[in-house]
Write a new protein. Structure first.
Length: 222
């Protein structure tokens, strides 16, 4: 279970007012504060600029700018607001595009309320939050990646030490830092040190991208 973070400031972005109202009611708690809502991509960017939320709960299909364009714009300007996509599942391409443009997680709108709350806390801890359906499609998509993508991923993995590779594989399996420490018999501090090394060696910025690198390389240990 993800560690509970106190007072996470969240922005809700969805073009359906009823969905926004439902999420606001569902998420209100001692650990989560809703700092604003937006009905489209332009309003979402204005919300982030104005309120500086810790996390954006973001729909993909919206007027003006869609969720992927919003995520891309945030990352292009160096904004560190975490993005958790919450949407009706549509196509494999949406999952891949959201993650490649900097989303920290991807959940379906039929996810149980408690699981959405857990995913928010998980995302704030820097851990990937992906629905099982999204994970399956991500794996399938990267298995069909062009050979040059596979070669690049394998070349990067070859730069890792054995222990760094073990940590990367554990992340790809969805393990938390605590679980990795227990499974590999190392300290939490050592786990975090290895993850920092992975960010540098794999040219990534979050755990989802570490997992994607493992899948891109078609590692057989998963």
């Amino acid at each position: 279970m993800a560690t509970m973070v106190v007072n996470i400031r969240i922005g809700i972005v969805d073009d359906d007012a009823l969905v926004r109202a439902g999420l606001r009611m569902m998420l209100a708690s001692d650990s989560i504060t809703i700092v604003g809502e937006a009905a489209d991509g332009d309003e979402a960017l204005a919300l982030v600029s104005r309120e500086r939320p810790d996390l954006l709960l973001l729909d993909i299909r919206m007027p003006n700018k869609d969720g992927i364009a919003v995520t891309r714009a945030l990352r292009k300007q160096g904004d560190t607001t975490r993005v958790l996509v919450l949407t009706t599942f549509d196509t494999d391409e949406l999952v891949i595009a959201a993650l490649r443009n900097g989303a920290n997680g991807f959940l379906l709108k039929d996810t149980e309320p408690a699981d959405i709350v857990a995913a928010i806390h998980q995302t704030m801890q820097g851990q990937p939050a992906l629905s099982p359906a999204a994970t399956a499609r991500l794996i399938a998509a990267v298995r069909d990646a062009p050979d040059d993508s596979v070669h690049r991923a394998r070349t990067l993995l070859d730069t890792l030490t054995n222990r760094e590779r073990d940590v990367a594989l554990a992340i790809a399996k969805g393990r938390t830092n605590q679980q990795i420490a227990q499974e590999l018999y190392i300290s939490l501090t050592t786990v975090k040190t290895h993850i920092s090394a992975l960010f540098t060696k794999l040219y990534v910025t979050n755990r989802v991208e570490i997992a994607r690198a493992i899948y891109d390389a078609r590692v057989n240990d998963l």
